[in-house]
Ligand binder design. Structure first.
Ligand SMILES: C[S@@+](CC[C@H](N)C(=O)[O-])C[C@H]1O[C@@H](n2cnc3c(N)ncnc32)[C@H](O)[C@@H]1O
Length: 421
């Protein structure tokens, strides 16, 4: 762990990898896999962060994850009996995070499961008509798959009252079968149709998913702590009421990498969160579709943000505007974290650098500068290896992994940046 003194500029890439942050000391619980989530980080990061905090004399009475995603930190905080507050702008993320961190009784889950299957089998036809459904849904599903998925959703809703935590559990299971039962090309980060795919049979896939979710919940059944609060909100909204916490553990969204709304479009549409998934891009940090005041953003950028922007303006002007917005958002995120922390509190970020059009996108360096500007008195940085991504660091034009070194380079290392108030 390197301490950056007085916002001194150092080349973070030269920091050695610290094996402490590379792998966990125990097998990850299956509950962390009840729903796929892009950019989910390994659960052991929380365990390591808590150990690090303890060594530094921070005893968190409450933890927050301001970009809680699928609730990795939420669940681990609960496991450690520490009250938690999490927030994410994506309703699919908060659905999963809630399903993971609620306490469920297995017998009740099994009972509801049987009732849902029975209700599905007894229903002949969905009340929704394929021809009149959302164009985007028709794009991904055949008539038969559409009808089965509609009937299944109705069966869940008819069996468990809306607002019940059990409803959340089964909708989460339902959400995770939407890709395998569609024409979506798996193993790609870009949404595209796979013309050769044989989509999974809806009811079979749902049964398998429920079996996995219920047994995973049972595996983590020893965990009965309460005090987890998950909210669907934009962390930068001035109306959001955030609690005071002693520790923040989070991984911010990236820019030029994922378009979360697009990746979650099936769940967003089927679960009725939006009629047009593109609406979900609004407010999402790192989205390339922001229409904000570029000239104003340019003036607000810190030194590293400015440097990256100027290089991008040369190399890829069309991306420069959204990158400027991203860095201004991240500067505001740093200020928000500072505000949320109690005195001596700690904010830990897992953040990766990348490259775009030949320009080094130094997210970690930018964050370090933002933290100092926000008032953090001490900033430490270290580097970790991303184990699953080291097979090949390249992606082809379709977003699939490739061994071709002409592809887009993705990073196989990332930074742990820790600010102390
Ligand atoms: C890198 S992911 C976090 C993944 C998480 N650590 C996990 O293990 O699942 C970043 C998250 O930030 C969320 N996000 C983007 N913009 C946001 C905003 N303005 N407010 C709150 N969350 C936002 C995205 O929806 C995404 O879930």
């Amino acid at each position: 762990m390197i301490e950056i003194k007085n916002n001194k500029k150092i080349d973070l890439e030269s920091i050695p990898i610290d094996p402490f942050w590379n792998i966990g000391d125990e097998k990850e619980l299956r509950i962390h896999r009840i729903h796929a989530y892009p950019a989910k980080f390994p659960s052991f990061i929380t365990t390591k962060a808590l150990k690090y905090a303890q060594d530094e004399g921070v005893k968190p009475n409450r933890i927050a994850d301001i970009f809680c995603g699928c609730g990795t930190v939420a669940f681990e905080a609960k496991r450690n009996n520490i009250p938690f507050w999490g927030c994410d702008i994506n309703p699919v993320a908060t659905l999963i995070a809630k399903a993971k961190s609620n306490n469920y009784q297995t017998w009740r889950l099994l009972l509801y499961f049987e009732q849902i299957i029975e209700a599905f089998q007894n229903s002949k036809k969905s009340q929704y008509c394929y021809g009149e459904s959302n164009e985007r849904i028709k794009y991904w599903y055949s008539k038969k798959q559409f009808n089965d998925l509609s009937r299944l959703k109705e069966a869940i809703e008819d069996t468990i009252p809306n607002g019940s935590k059990y409803n959340t559990f089964f909708l989460c299971a339902y959400s995770n079968i939407l890709k395998p039962t569609s024409r979506w090309l798996t193993k790609s980060i870009k949404p595209q149709v796979d013309p050769n795919k044989h989509p999974a049979k809806v009811i079979d896939r749902f049964k398998e998913q429920c079996y996995f979710s219920i047994t995973s919940n049972e595996e983590s059944d020893a965990v009965h702590a309460s005090g987890v609060k998950i909210v669907k909100a934009n962390i930068l909204s001035s109306k959001l009421k955030m609690p005071k916490v002693d520790m923040i553990i989070t991984s911010p969204p990236y820019v030029t990498s994922y378009e979360y709304a697009d990746l979650h479009q099936l769940s967003l549409l089927w679960l009725g969160f939006v009629d047009d998934f593109r609406v979900q891009r609004t407010g999402s940090i790192g989205s390339l579709y922001h229409d904000s005041d570029f000239e104003k953003n340019k003036k607000r950028l810190n030194n590293i943000g400015n440097k990256i922007l100027n290089e991008l303006l040369e190399a890829h002007p069309s991306k420069a505007k959204s990158v400027a917005k991203y860095y201004v958002d991240m500067q505001n995120v740093s200020k928000t974290c500072y505000k949320m922390l109690n005195k001596n509190g700690m904010s830990l970020f897992v953040i990766g650098n990348t490259e775009f059009a030949g320009v080094r996108i130094d997210n970690a360096g930018h964050l370090v500068e933002s933290l100092f500007d926000a008032g953090f008195k001490k900033v430490n940085v270290t580097k970790r290896k991303i184990s699953k991504k080291i097979l090949t660091p390249y992606r082809d034009n379709n977003g699939r992994f490739t061994t071709d070194s002409q592809g887009r380079k993705i990073y196989s290392e990332e930074f742990i940046v820790i600010g102390r108030k």
